[in-house]
Design a protein around this ligand. Structure first.
Ligand code: CTP
Ligand code: ZN
Length: 156
């Protein structure tokens, strides 16, 4: 195969599922973490990183076969990939496309770093963070996560 063909290869289309496009370059693995995808549950997943993009310079793309995303997942995703678009694919066609929006709260996807917080005890209390200018703030104990949001993603 010639070099030209190599350069034109792209990740193939999916039949049914979700394409998350226009992800901030370098964030694809964090997007997978938000979705709880580590490869062990058998879903077909394609990842392209640092693809050239007119709008973003470089972008990542994640394609998940057979899966649609919850609003909570999309909300957290928007914090690390504010320009992302979510494309729902059915029978090879994009049947829905929308940009992510910055939410005012994110529920259930992040873990509070405060080990004494009620959301980290053995209580059936879902984490809730308010989205603030410099990060997200736990609504129970006011702990703020500023950087390293991906390090606080709850494992499924
Ligand atoms: N896609 C896919 N499988 C399909 C259909 C689309 O993987 N069966 C992918 C495309 O490769 C693209 C994204 O889903 O990365 C959105 O598809 P489409 O809306 O057709 O592309 P564009 O018009 O280029 O999208 P946009 O305008 O959002 O950049
Ligand atoms: Zn807390």
């Amino acid at each position: 195969m010639s070099g030209d063909d190599d350069q034109q290869l792209r990740v193939s289309k999916i039949q049914n599922g979700t394409v998350i496009d226009h992800i901030t370059g370098g964030q694809a693995l964090n997007v997978l973490a938000i979705l709880g995808i580590d490869g062990t549950s058998g879903e077909s997943v394609s990842v392209a990183m640092n693809m050239p993009s007119d709008r973003l310079g470089k972008k990542d793309i994640v394609k998940v076969e057979g899966r649609e995303l919850s609003q909570n997942e999309v909300d957290v995703l928007s914090l690390i990939a504010p320009a992302a678009s979510i494309n729902i694919v059915r029978d090879y066609d994009v049947v829905e496309k929308h940009r992510v929006e910055r939410p005012s709260v994110v529920v259930g996807v992040l873990e509070c770093p405060n080990h004494n917080c009620i959301t980290t005890e053995d209580e059936p209390v879902q984490s809730r963070f308010a989205v603030v200018d410099d990060g997200v703030r736990c609504e129970y104990c006011d702990t703020i996560i500023r950087d390293e949001l991906p390090a606080h993603i709850l494992a499924d």
